[in-house]
Design a protein around this ligand. Structure first.
Ligand SMILES: Cc1ncc(COP(=O)(O)O)c(C=O)c1O
Length: 385
């Protein structure tokens, strides 16, 4: 098709194809084991798929209510109360979204005005920065570093000014597998008290937390909950990232604004799948057993590579494991990830891509949401590198 020249003034001039697409494509081309993109290589439950079919056969095939199916919102309220001890009203404080990505975009679109500053912690999941920029905001970065990727809250405090509108946190954290502690959350609570700062708490891995730790949801901290959009993803919890369903919980005044944007971003989301999730989520073992399920995978993978030349930066949550290769080569992490894929046939994600200034600390991210046989094959290769 012929293109009309000079028609575009890009709103996202720095954004190209995401690294996840690039590495997954390379993994396919190279017939490599794909531990790059974060999705399971096993299926979600047939019970859940059967419930979707049941809903479709029953005629649940038209638009869902704008905020989501009330039976699903009620179950989310019950789960949130049970786990975090707080009550969100299903009518006015819970909205079902097309995955966490849409929830994050919508919360930013609803809150951020031209010139507002939004603090994000890098390395960061890649959807925050473009969503801020598309809405006229200015991302302000706080850097976390290997090996522990802790947050310097004193530095955060110094960055707060009249223009600071929002702080985005993510726990358990992609890509590092770290979790925020009770002390971290209290430090943030103190920083935002007596300000108009809104918080997005990206908690998509809330049910994947290891070694007996408890997930410190923003919901548990009154000074955060009163100003937070808390976002979760069914895709991460029920092994069906392709369904793109998630939810947002927030106090009513925030949710009113969220829904104003939500109804024009997407209006409503997949109806039969909401019906199925509303049933499936009733059985709490369906999400409470997730931590031990993934801890086993983490431990299995790590036990297989413990004598390799890679250094394990132990993951405390999520289904990602970071490996440092600083004892192997000095190559840039982007180049080394490509070499590992092409020469050794294991694909990973270089952590520098999650930093806005592409900081290279010689660390790669591997997704362990894979069958044992996949992890075994990958670990055997990595042990020989
Ligand atoms: C930290 C984080 N937030 C949000 C998302 C997006 O979740 P969803 O697939 O439900 O849009 C992901 C997916 O990888 C993630 O890792």
């Amino acid at each position: 098709m012929a293109e009309y020249p000079n028609i575009i003034k890009s709103k996202l001039p720095k954004v190209g194809t995401t690294i996840f697409t690039v590495m997954s494509q390379l993994a396919n081309e190279q017939n490599a084991i794909n531990l790059s993109q974060g999705f399971p290589d096993f299926d979600s439950s047939t019970e859940l798929s059967n419930l979707v079919t049941e809903a479709m056969n029953k005629g649940v095939n038209q638009y869902a209510p704008m905020a989501g199916l009330i039976s699903l919102r009620e179950q989310i309220a019950i789960k949130t109360e049970k786990l975090y001890g707080v009550n969100y009203h299903p009518e006015s404080e819970i909205t079902i979204t097309a995955g966490a990505t849409q929830a994050i975009y919508t919360a930013i679109a609803a809150m951020v005005h031209e010139g507002d500053e939004v603090i994000i912690f890098t390395p960061a999941y890649d959807c925050y920065e473009p969503a801020i920029e598309l809405n006229g905001g200015k991302p302000v970065f706080v850097q976390m570093n290997a090996p522990d990727y802790s947050i310097n809250w004193e530095q955060v405090k110094k960055l707060i000014n009249q223009r600071t509108k929002m702080i985005i946190i993510n726990t358990p954290h992609n890509p590092t597998g770290t979790v925020l502690s009770n002390e971290d959350m209290q430090a943030l609570e103190k920083i935002v008290s007596d300000t108009d700062i809104v918080v997005i708490s990206d908690e998509v891995y809330e049910h994947i937390i290891f070694d007996g730790e408890h997930h410190q949801s923003a919901a548990r901290f009154p000074g955060l909950a009163e100003r937070a959009f808390i976002i979760s993803s069914f895709g991460k919890t029920f092994h069906n990232t392709g369904w793109k369903l998630g939810y947002c919980i927030a106090p009513k005044n925030l949710m009113v604004e969220f829904r104003k944007a939500h109804q024009f971003v997407v209006f409503c989301v997949n109806h039969p799948m909401q019906y199925a999730l509303a049933e499936y989520i009733k059985k709490e073992s369906n999400y409470l057993e997730l931590s031990s399920f993934y801890q086993q995978k983490r431990d299995y993978f790590n036990s297989l590579i413990k004598d390799s030349r890679f250094e394990i930066l132990p993951s405390k949550g999520t289904y990602f494991e970071l490996l440092s290769y600083k004892n192997i080569t000095n190559m840039a992490d982007t180049e080394y990830a490509i070499e590992l894929t092409k020469k050794h046939k294991v694909a990973s994600i270089p952590v520098s891509v999650f930093y806005h200034q592409k900081l290279d600390e010689k660390v790669l991210r591997f997704c362990v949401a894979k069958k044992e046989e996949t992890l075994l094959k990958a670990a055997e290769i990595l042990s020989k590198v």
